[in-house]
Ligand binder design. Sequence first.
Ligand code: FMN
Ligand code: COI
Length: 352
Amino acid sequence: MSTVPRLPATPREFEEEARARLDPAHYDYFAGGAGDEVTLRANEAAFRRLALLPRVLRGAGEPRTEVALPGGRAGMPVLVAPTAFHRLADPEGERATARAAAANETIMMVSMAGTVGVEDVAAAAPEAVLWFQLYIQPDMPFTETVVRRAEAAGCAALVVTVDSPARGVRERELAHGFHDLPDGLCCENLRDGAAVRPIVMSPDIGWEHIDRLRRMTDLPIVLKGIMNPADVRPAIEHGAAALLVSNHGGRQLDTLPATLDMLPPVVAAADGAVPVLLDGGVRRGTDVVKALALGAAAVAVGRPVLWGLAAGGERGAARVLAMLRAEVREALALCGCASPADLDPSMVRRTC
Ligand SMILES: Cc1cc2nc3c(=O)[nH]c(=O)nc-3n(C[C@H](O)[C@H](O)[C@H](O)COP(=O)(O)O)c2cc1C
Ligand SMILES: CC(C)CC(=O)C(=O)O
């Protein structure tokens, strides 16, 4: 009789199990952040500083969790953030993640630095809604080749990461000498004929590149990595369909504020013109509900999905997402909400 291995039951246990299974260099690549990891810690800490203030006796009924976004509908307000190198966590890599996302009716943002090509990710999970994450390459004809691949694979939006004019320095990676993928793995979305190009993070990228991208494709463009409210108006003027408040999970510039702390001013600057999403430090359904109360249209999770993948492959990633979905439903119900639209800023309170 075959027994199905038991999966961890909490986010913390998933991370512990992933750590036990992963090569230490790969665990530290996934877990680490830039510099002293001040921002990495701040993201999670910001959620703990905020308390929830439910409303009572609203007769809200069973809550609904789905949300409508420019790149499609999601069955829950928790999307999969784009993360690189899933085959370091599981041999099926991004294919497994896409199936896990589809099983939970949510959207997967496929990293440009994926270890499975976007066409193969789409083929592995035909029912998945995929958004393609792009680092605009200064070689615009090559950027266009990548965009065409994402379009042909059926991706429903482009997520353009704008917080990376250079690569963040992560001391855990340096300590392990982790620079390259092991033999047999590469960034499949960067194939150029027989060669695989390196990802260029260029300080030359500017708003004119967003304009060129806008002219290149009809896909909605989500700008990922907006932190300063001063960037919101230009983003809207240059055609962004949505903004994703992100500090790259604390992996780019250290000592940025927590994303949750920048959400209200970014939402205020957007003034309803485009939906605002958030990632960074979301670990529980209560975190999701706090971000939604402060005006996020949805959130995304990075590391929790990697821990699920490393701890239990597709099943592990699916379980992490299912846990979050159940927790969001429970937190909405206990807040007296019929849907995310019933949340508002009066339902959270800073505790310190
Ligand atoms: C291991 C790892 C790889 C990542 N790779 C990418 C990437 O290729 N492109 C990107 O835009 N963001 C990337 N990110 C950032 C995530 O999209 C997201 O902003 C961050 O992980 C959110 O924080 P969380 O891990 O606390 O949920 C990566 C994050 C991690 C942890
Ligand atoms: C390979 C990298 C470009 C992926 C990334 O964005 C990250 O590690 O944070």
